[in-house]
Design a protein around this ligand. Sequence first.
Ligand SMILES: NC(=O)c1ccc[n+]([C@@H]2O[C@H](COP(=O)([O-])OP(=O)(O)OC[C@H]3O[C@@H](n4cnc5c(N)ncnc54)[C@H](O)[C@@H]3O)[C@@H](O)[C@H]2O)c1
Length: 273
Amino acid sequence: MALKDFKDAVVVITGGASGIGLATAQLLSNAGAYLVLADINEEGLQQAATQVKKSGTTGQVTTKRTDVTSEEQVQELMQAALDAYGRIDLVITSAGIGRGGMIDTFTGQEMQTLMNINFMGTYHCVRAALPAMRKQESGHFVFLSSAAGKLGVPLLSGYCASKWAVRGFSSALRAEFYGSGIDITTVYPSWVDTPMTHQPEMELMNIDVRLSVEQVAGEILQAVLQGRHDLTMAADEETKKLFQIMQDNPDKAEQLTGQALQQRLQQLAEGTA
Ligand SMILES: NC(=O)c1ccc[n+]([C@@H]2O[C@H](COP(=O)([O-])OP(=O)(O)OC[C@H]3O[C@@H](n4cnc5c(N)ncnc54)[C@H](O)[C@@H]3O)[C@@H](O)[C@H]2O)c1
């Protein structure tokens, strides 16, 4: 069953110290939710909590340093939410990293780290929050996949794999949770204006248009209230078109993105990028 509003809702947010997680926390606090913010970055987490408390209406923000790759730490996170508030209504899995590069040089260690944080982190959250949600016969997950969970993005093969994994996981789970009162919204935004898209290694990606975190956070909360399963957000018409081409003719989409990469690499080599 969809949440009717966020007043007094108990919400756990991973990756709550930055970007989409922090912007969503801000809106939820303004809407009167009880928040448990989790992140691996302890200092960022404290700053985020102070920021959210200042502008929120309930002031009910607790934090728990959590590495989402650790099953034990994620169990402790959900237990902390239950100890503090007695229930868990919404879990937003926003902890994630973006890494890229040609597969020729992308190491097994880098690939494993991406999968551990972006996919296994999501899995651990489900396993840890589910027993309480089963008892409540209600609960909602928001999984941050990505446009890269619907498209094939050259130089982001590992990131794509982790985000397609989140997409497949959520589709299977929605079927598994059918009729249980537990639901999932999966979010597929194209580039968003957060620290992740300003890393030096993202320069190769030639990002010129980004969604704002406020817009993404606002749409996520609306999607939860509407019980939507798929929230896909394109920052520009070109990305919107690419989503459509990928759906209608995946070969064509791969060819177009491959050609764009070749062009970009050539421009960089010639110094005309
Ligand atoms: N920024 C984009 O363009 C974009 C687009 C689509 C999807 N996403 C996804 O949205 C989510 C949020 O991304 P963002 O852009 O807000 O990034 P961000 O870098 O601003 O925030 C991510 C947060 O995750 C935390 N984190 C990283 N590893 C962690 C771990 N092991 N345990 C706990 N916390 C950890 C970081 O410390 C950081 O605070 C990610 O899953 C990302 O893949 C981002």
